[in-house]
Design a binder for this molecule. Structure first.
Ligand SMILES: [Zn+2]
Length: 176
């Protein structure tokens, strides 16, 4: 089973830049990827838009198994010069998780033609620990690009369709 979730929610918009909200972009991208996968006949579990992070983690924890993929979508914001894609895994990530995260970050960076910041461990994240890494499964948290970077945002807007297809292709290969 694939668990595909949109980072942030209505009461926590996440990164914002010039009226663009991370919480809106994660929902839009999650829905696009989920539609591509369900069109292929794959089952995708998604979070509900009115859940907060704790609810989402609890619902996944009730259902997930070690072979499942848990993929949480996010966007970065920071200094205007900060750019690129990165994928976080747990500090104790296994080979399967590192492999999945590497394929995702390579696919996203090459599709959007943005900087590849690579795979990072959760202790390198701003929160040090990521709750989405705890449910059983292959857990990855994607920071697609920097909404605060003009080039990243332009590439994301231009190649949104190809981005969704690329992520869906990697997830479909890995879940089978
Ligand atoms: Zn986020």
């Amino acid at each position: 089973m694939l668990f595909l979730t949109a980072g942030h929610h209505k009461k926590d918009a996440g990164a914002t830049y010039n009226g663009r909200k991370e919480a809106d972009e994660t929902v839009r991208l999650r829905n696009a990827i989920a539609r591509l996968l369900t069109d292929k006949g794959l089952k995708v579990w998604t979070d509900a838009d009115d859940w907060d992070l704790n609810r989402t983690i609890n619902e996944i924890t009730k259902r997930s198994k070690p072979d499942d993929i848990i993929c949480d979508l996010h966007f970065n914001a920071g200094a205007a010069t900060a750019s690129g894609c990165e994928v976080f895994v747990a500090d104790n990530a296994n080979a399967a998780e590192l492999n999945l995260a590497t394929e995702l970050v390579n696919t996203i960076a090459s599709t959007l033609l943005i900087r590849n910041r690579g795979v990072k461990k959760e202790h390198d994240s701003q929160h040090k620990r990521l709750g989405m890494m705890r449910p059983a499964g292959r857990n990855v948290l994607i920071e697609i690009c920097f909404l605060s970077n003009n080039y990243d945002r332009q590439q994301y807007d231009t190649f949104f369709g190809l981005l969704a297809e690329g992520i869906a292709r990697v997830l479909a290969q890995k879940i089978e």
